[in-house]
Design a protein around this ligand. Structure first.
Ligand SMILES: [Zn+2]
Length: 153
């Protein structure tokens, strides 16, 4: 009795599993986590190319994998998050310090205005990167109005 008969009765696969060898093409790259790629300013597709061209501008495409970034648009989203978070930190700290120590107003302003500027500038790029990479991760696009008229056939 041939051995494949037993295999067929047990419904085992008769082909061996694929084993990667050095001559095979490399498997597709794994996408990076969108939050990590955004914080690092990296491409949401390959995680290696740069997402930004300059400080705030989104590059037209990835320099490594060629991913098109022309549809990426985070709008005012990063600015809103950054202003709310920085405002909460700065105003909260101002209220606590003013209540506890009652420093002169010139000292408060000379400390907290630069702090507010630095917090906003420091957070805007990572927030913009995360929002753009999350758009790519969730395949977000511009909203479109569905055609409610029946098609003309
Ligand atoms: Zn890329």
């Amino acid at each position: 009795m041939p051995p494949f008969f037993f295999c067929a009765r047990l419904s085992l696969p008769l082909t061996l599993p694929k084993v990667w060898t050095m001559t095979d093409p490399a498997p597709r790259h794994k996408k990076p986590h969108p939050v990590w790629a955004g914080l690092m300013g990296r491409c949401p597709e390959c995680g290696k190319g740069k997402l930004f061209k300059g400080f705030m501008a989104i590059a037209p495409h990835c320099s490594e994998c060629g991913q098109d970034f022309s549809q990426a648009d985070s709008g005012d989203g990063p600015a809103i998050f950054v202003m709310l978070i920085a405002g909460f930190i700065v105003i909260g700290a101002m209220l606590v310090i003013d209540t506890l120590y009652e420093p002169p107003i010139w000292l408060m302003l000379s400390i907290f205005i630069p702090l507010a500027i630095l917090l906003n500038i420091g957070m805007i790029r990572p927030f913009k990167g995360v929002l753009v990479t999350l758009q790519f991760h969730h395949k977000a696009g511009q909203g479109r109005q569905q055609d409610t008229d029946p098609p003309n056939h």
